[in-house]
Design a protein around this ligand. Sequence first.
Ligand code: ZN
Length: 178
Amino acid sequence: MIKNAICTQAEYCPTTHWDERPEQTTISLLVVHNISLPPNEFGGDYIQYFFTGCLDPKLHPYFASIYQMRVSAHCLIKRDGQIVQFVPFDKRAWHAGVSSFQGVNRCNDFSIGIELEGADDVAYTQTQYQSLSTLTQELIQDYPAITLGRIVGHNDIAPGRKTDPGIAFDWPQYRQMI
Ligand SMILES: [Zn+2]
């Protein structure tokens, strides 16, 4: 259930990595991503630290290259299906970067970004599909401009630059579960 732009079944983890959407914006796109920190390693709280600006650069060489990035997503779905929310859905999270959907640039303005803890070529867990599809249903209910044709991967809006959620993401299964 979504109440005041927050998913009630999520753990809320506030960040300063967000700002206001442009006035009169209709939220009309859902973007599915993946992330794992360090890359291809699952578990731990490093993604939460990253999205809140608290990642310790000394813990891993890769962290040293990214810890100053100010990025976020609305939600993260961990391997066990737990949802962590960082940014209320009516605010602008910083997940898409340089992007375009059907000729409209800056997808962060009008989209919701959901990160799956994962990697492009590693199967996602069934509980992740369950959490993602339930959350998607709730989002469609609250933001009806997010139609089925407006649920995309990061790779779809930043082709050549981004590959997530990757070959391992089962779009037919996800679409069937929505
Ligand atoms: Zn992404």
